[in-house]
Design a binder for this molecule. Sequence first.
Ligand SMILES: Cc1cc2nc3c(=O)[nH]c(=O)nc-3n(C[C@H](O)[C@H](O)[C@H](O)COP(=O)(O)O)c2cc1C
Length: 192
Amino acid sequence: MKKELILEIIQERWSPYAFSSTPVEEFKLKAMFEAAGHAPSCNNEQPWLFVYTTQEDKEVFNDYIGFLSDGNKIWVKNAYGIVISMARTKFSHNGNPNRHAFHDTGMAVTNLLLQALSFDIYVHQMAGYSVEKVKEYFKLGDDVEPVAMMAVGYLGDGSDLTPELLKRDENRRPRKSVNEFVFKNSLSDMAF
Ligand SMILES: Cc1cc2nc3c(=O)[nH]c(=O)nc-3n(C[C@H](O)[C@H](O)[C@H](O)COP(=O)(O)O)c2cc1C
């Protein structure tokens, strides 16, 4: 059910399994990353890093597929692109731990996926991958943490998806009602 006060683009976002490998234009990819860079961040640290590949670099694309859990591999292989978000976990000005690095990286990703949707491009984020493999592949030090992997592309027809995955795309996923997660004054007082 649509809620009239909520921005349409927010309501229309969802995470599909049926991706098409139709190329995403480079200027759109660039705009998505530029949108990500507009996110707010603690001390304007902008702790996010993104590394991506596309079907056009098949060998690298397959390396990225190799980081994923088996359950994710089977549908991500159809997507045009794969993005990995990472967070620099120390402040650049003093080297202290930045406990907001994942939070800020997530906000940048929200910008990225809403900008993508403005082009009818969908993003499906994943935690189902090997953090260790990513760390090893990119030779990350202890100040950069992989955050999420994302499949990126135009919607596909799902023709080579299993019936189970196809079914997952049929309905939008349910949301908690606002009074389950918003409280006023104390955590026991419902706000709305
Ligand atoms: C950090 C993060 C990790 C996720 N990991 C996976 C994953 O490994 N595999 C998967 O199929 N979906 C994954 N998802 C997608 C969520 O299941 C999905 O966003 C959620 O069910 C809400 O659905 P919607 O995005 O279609 O509204 C992940 C989403 C986020 C934000």
